[in-house]
Design a protein around this ligand. Structure first.
Ligand code: IPM
Ligand code: MN
Length: 348
């Protein structure tokens, strides 16, 4: 028996709708296992910002820290200036809780229509660095609004930050059948950061001699993701390249309705956070149209992270079985219907 204290940040738009179904899946997966879940809802996002001007206070952060994991729906709303919630809430959580491994699996489930004619057997994970790069906000602008404006966004790459994420990626590669790691960067142009990443991968490879390493410039990686995605096993890359590549990766494996992610603090000094890759989709919010599958798959990552491996497998299997029956279905199901069907399958 065990107890999970779960912080829930449903957030904006379709976030509340998909999180509800994610929680249903979680409950179903743990039913009868002796493990209980206690959720705490955090009122964060556009509503809170409009009401109070706050995005994420120290009090919120301390309260969140007292949990074992976080389930997040989506953050962002057209009524809030771009960047306010992204930086002040979502990225603040990732940075403050040291989520340096942003794990984004890409698997083409049987039955899913890929936009690629011959996708092959696609099953890779992107280990996206989560606490550095241009996301740090190290930059600035001068002479703003004049013809002489200069706007800088500096990519921060530390030996400490690169090494820890590279080591995590190697460990993940070593645990997979193909044992292959691809570093994606752009060291022919971004020579300072690029060479730090390259040297780090070379050095850490010595600890994982059975992992095969290769390297792709990020532009070439986008070609292979479309022409030969089955060549990838584990990709390790920086925060911004990882952001871009994982949207492409989602697109080739059935779209962001299916793409799950984990923001992991591997040292477990703070709770890890699980969220669908998609955003708040304000255009379809409140209509029961959102696909909760990405959130349910994120719940599988959550269960896995907390050591409930069997429960995680059952959630994944339920999703795979549900997806296999989607093609040619007579009717598109609502968010709640998909959630209910998945929960029923998980229960067995
Ligand atoms: C993601 C999102 C975020 C990111 C945005 C909303 C800040 O695109 O989770 O991929 O860039 O990391
Ligand atoms: Mn993104």
């Amino acid at each position: 028996a065990q107890h999970i204290r779960l912080a829930v940040v449903a957030g904006d738009g379709i976030g509340t709708e998909v999180v509800e179904q994610g929680l249903l899946a979680l409950e179903s997966a743990l039913h009868g296992s002796g493990t209980t879940v206690a959720t705490t809802d955090f009122d964060l996002g556009a509503r809170r910002w409009h009401a109070t001007g706050e995005t994420l206070t120290d009090t919120d952060l301390d309260a969140i820290r007292a949990h074992d994991a976080i389930l997040l729906g989506a953050i962002g709303d057209p009524t809030v200036p771009s960047g306010v919630l992204e930086r002040g809430l979502l990225l603040k959580l990732r940075f403050a809780l040291d989520h340096y491994v942003n794990l984004r699996p890409s698997k083409l489930f049987p039955g899913v229509a890929s936009p690629l004619a011959n996708p092959g057997d696609v099953d890779f994970v992107v280990v996206r660095e989560g606490t550095e790069g241009p996301y740090v906000g190290n930059g600035g602008a001068i002479r703003v609004g004049t013809p002489h404006e200069v706007a800088n966004e500096v990519s921060v790459n530390t030996a400490f930050g690169v090494e820890r994420v590279v080591r995590d990626a190697f460990a993940r590669a070593a645990a997979r059948p193909r044992k292959k790691l691809t570093l994606v960067h752009k060291h022919n142009v971004l020579v300072h950061a690029g060479h730090l990443w390259r040297r780090t991968v070379e050095a850490v490879n010595a600890e994982f001699p059975d992992v095969t390493v290769d390297y792709l410039h990020v532009d070439a990686a986008t070609i292979f993701l479309v022409t030969n995605p089955s060549r990838f096993d584990v990709i390790v890359t920086d925060n911004l390249f990882g952001d871009i590549l994982t949207d492409l990766a989602a697109a080739i494996t059935g779209g962001i309705g299916l793409a799950a992610s984990a923001n992991i603090n591997p040292d477990r000094t703070a709770p890890s956070m699980f969220e669908p890759v998609h955003g708040s989709a304000p255009d379809i919010a409140g209509q029961g149209k959102a696909d909760p599958t990405a959130t349910v798959l994120s719940v599988a990552l959550l269960l896995e992270h907390l050591g409930h491996t069997d429960a995680a497998r059952r959630v994944e299997a339920a999703v795979a079985a549900d997806i296999a029956e989607r093609r040619g279905a007579e009717r598109v199901r609502s968010t709640a219907e998909v959630g209910k069907d998945l929960a029923a399958r998980i229960a067995g």
